[in-house]
Design a protein around this ligand. Structure first.
Ligand code: BES
Ligand code: MN
Ligand code: ZN
Length: 485
């Protein structure tokens, strides 16, 4: 989607749109349109659309009113995004190639305009690369959005929002690509390409390097796969001498369950078991593209979990990089095995002030919070509160769940230091307790279980059904509000 700015309406055929507020239509609207909108019960609610026709410069044009809710409402920018997103949803495959949004009545600020455009871009994203037989009416037609008469500063505001859109789209692409396209090595390659020229530094550990570091847990998960495992760090040093903030992502590019094989139905969904890693990569891309003034590192553990003659077995004992031994009782509880080595390495290597991991860790998370909130677990109230606030601000919502010694003892093992599964109750919490055992003294840590959030079976306000891009905006917002002051 091309986004352009122009002082006046373009010549030639295009769709025209204006943004309406709750209960107030744009002032200069033709009588017929105003009355039409009223009789169609268009009230300017967020995401509401009314379509009519108007005469401009002697030509009849299709004109859409998009509602952005009340100007003083909470979440106004989300509502402005909804206005843009509703336009994208309605006209993406309409046959229209160009959408001109007329901002020249001056009602919206530069930031507001950027929010509308962000909504358009996010809602317009689809992955059509492998759909070679789409009928014309199924193909996307909309190519260009022109912001007409936007106030000074709108283009600058848009460059920041566009970086965020780049990040969200990268997360979605990584999550959407099938598992024969996204595997550890190709994930790294896609990042190399995307971060090229941004100034971010990429560090890649192959299996030999991880072997030397004794990452027996992460390597154990990958040992049944024909695809070699990787650990990738994306370093963005935007200034400051402070210790970095580190984000860690679970990147299981496909999770069959391993020898503890998952049931067949719906197993294809486990292509998005790298959604935590996708969020971290997309979040880092947004930060790098908008040149965030902060010192941030993203670390992703990349493996494929397959059953094989060489795969780990239930009952195996693995030695993690931290030296702690792990009894593997279920090879399908693999995410924590990947994360424990990634977390330990990240703390050893980068001595972070704060470390936050993202993982599609437990099915139990969908049972507790469904698809509305990701769960957050933390050893530090200030960090948890900062994340909750960033969740509210970004729309990538979080809800805090508890940790505690009574849960922790549920994963004591008889033969090793810890076992990789607890009893069925509180499955998301015992998974978090497992990770906490790998957090070094004095490090503020939070774990976000995003299992219910990275994929959606129905379209949302700003996404087509499929990959939501969850997490990229949360990371961007968290960095903006806690590190960039
Ligand atoms: N990737 C899954 C968790 C998951 C399941 C995410 C469904 C999204 C939707 C994870 O690796 C897993 O298999 N977890 C097990 C843990 C259990 C064996 C303790 C689970 O949740 O069933
Ligand atoms: Mn699993
Ligand atoms: Zn998994």
């Amino acid at each position: 989607m091309k986004i352009e700015f122009a002082p006046t309406l373009p010549v030639g055929s295009h769709l025209l749109a204006q943004i309406a507020n709750k209960d107030t239509l744009p002032g200069d609207l033709e009588k017929a349109l105003g009355e039409g909108a009223a009789s169609a019960r268009f009230k300017g609610g967020a995401g509401q659309i009314f379509e009519g026709f108007a005469e401009r410069d002697g030509a009849v044009v299709r004109l859409a009113l998009a509602g952005a809710g009340a100007p003083d409402a909470d979440g106004r920018s989300a509502n402005l995004e909804k206005a843009g997103a509703a336009l994208a949803a309605k006209y993406l495959t309409s046959g229209e190639k160009t959408l001109a949004i007329d901002f020249s009545d001056g009602a919206l600020s530069a930031e507001d305009v950027a929010s509308v455009l962000l909504g358009v871009r996010l809602r317009a994203w689809r992955h059509d690369a492998y759909r070679t037989k789409l009928k014309d009416e199924q193909k996307r037609s909309l190519e260009t959005v022109i912001a007409v008469g936007a106030p000074d500063g709108a283009e600058t505001a848009w460059t920041v929002a566009a970086a965020l859109a780049d990040g969200v789209e990268f997360t979605r692409q990584l999550v959407t690509e099938p598992p024969n396209k996204v595997f550890p090595i190709s994930f790294v390659d896609m990042c190399r390409e995307e971060f090229d020229g941004t100034g971010a530094e990429l560090i890649v550990l192959d299996e030999d390097a991880m072997e030397k570091l004794s990452m027996g847990a992460l390597l154990g998960v990958g040992q049944g796969s024909a695809q070699p495992s990787r650990l990738l760090a994306i370093k963005w040093d935007g200034g400051g001498s402070e210790a970095p903030t580190v984000f860690v992502g679970k990147g299981v590019t496909f999770d069959t369950g391993g020898i503890s094989l998952k049931p067949g139905a719906g197993m294809d969904e486990m292509k998005w078991d790298m959604g935590g890693a996708g969020a971290v990569a997309g979040g880092m891309l947004a930060l790098a593209r908008r040149k965030a003034k902060a010192n941030v590192i993203g670390v992703v553990g990349l493996v494929e979990n397959m059953p094989d003659g060489n795969a780990i077995r239930p009952g195996d004992v693995l030695t993690s990089m931290s030296g702690q031994t792990i009894e593997v009782l279920n090879t399908d509880a693999e995410g924590r095995l990947v994360l424990c080595d990634a977390l330990h390495w990240a703390q050893t290597e980068f001595a972070p002030k704060r470390i936050v991991d993202f993982a599609t860790l437990t099915g139990a998370m969908l049972i507790s919070l469904g698809h509305e909130y990701a769960g957050v677990f933390s050893n530090d109230d200030a960090l948890a509160n900062d994340l909750l606030a960033a969740g509210t601000q970004s729309g990538d919502k979080l809800w805090r769940l508890p940790l505690g010694p009574a849960y922790d003892k549920l994963i004591d093992s008889q033969i090793a230091d810890v076992k990789n599964v607890g009893p069925r109750p509180a499955g998301s919490i015992t998974a978090a307790q497992f990770l906490q055992r790998f957090i070094h003294d004095g490090v503020a840590w939070a774990h976000c279980d995003v299992a219910g959030m990275v994929w959606s079976d129905k379209p949302g306000a700003t996404w087509e059904k499929g990959a939501t891009g969850y997490g990229a905006r949360l990371i961007d917002r968290f960095v903006r509000d806690t590190l960039e002051g």
